[in-house]
Write a protein that binds this ligand. Structure first.
Ligand SMILES: [Cu+2]
Length: 149
C-alpha cells in the first residue's frame, strides 16, 4: 500500500503548493507598552499591574506569571449592585488584531496576589505574559505611586 499512496501524496502536496500562493504570513506577536504596578501598603495581600497590549494578529492573553508573588491573575472589574467588584478572567483577555487593549485602573488589570516583594516606588515586578498564539513576553513593570479611584 505504501508504494501506492506515497506518489499520490507527493502529487497532492505539489498541487496545493502551486495553487495557494500563500498570503504574506504575519508572525503572531504582541507588543507590551507602558507597564507599571501600583504601589501598595507594606503587607498588602495583592497589587494591581497595568499595561497596554497590541497584538499583530488576533490573539488572547491567557496567563501571567511572576516570581514576585504567589500567583498572578487576569482580572476585570464591573459594577455589581452599586459595588465595584473584580473577578478573574478564567478564559483570559481577547486581543483584537492591531488594536491596543489597555489594562488600567478601574478596568481590566493584572493582579499579583501574595506579593513576595514590597510594592514600593523603585521596585519592579517581573511579569511573563503568555498568549494563545504569540510567543510569551517578559517585562519588568516599575512600581509607581499613582492614585486610583
Ligand atoms: Cu484584581
Amino acid at each position: 500500500m505504501k508504494t501506492l499512496y506515497l506518489p499520490i501524496l507527493a502529487v497532492a502536496a505539489l498541487a496545493s503548493a502551486a495553487q495557494a500562493a500563500p498570503p504574506a504570513r504575519v508572525a503572531p506577536k504582541v507588543a507590551v507598552e507602558g507597564a507599571w504596578c501600583r504601589a501598595a501598603p507594606k503587607g498588602a495581600p495583592a497589587g494591581g499591574c497595568y499595561l497596554t497590549l497590541k497584538a499583530v494578529v488576533a490573539d488572547r492573553l491567557v496567563s501571567v506569571e511572576t516570581p514576585a508573588a504567589a500567583r498572578a491573575e487576569i482580572h476585570t472589574m464591573s459594577m455589581d449592585g452599586g459595588v465595584m467588584r473584580m473577578r478573574k478572567l478564567s478564559d483570559g483577555l481577547a486581543l483584537p488584531a492591531g488594536q491596543p487593549v489597555a489594562l488600567k485602573p478601574g478596568a481590566e488589570h493584572l493582579m499579583v496576589i501574595g506579593p513576595k516583594i514590597d510594592l514600593v516606588v523603585g521596585a519592579s515586578v517581573p511579569l511573563t505574559l503568555r498568549f494563545e498564539t504569540a510567543p510569551p513576553v517578559a517585562i519588568n513593570a516599575p512600581v509607581k505611586a499613582v492614585g486610583g479611584k
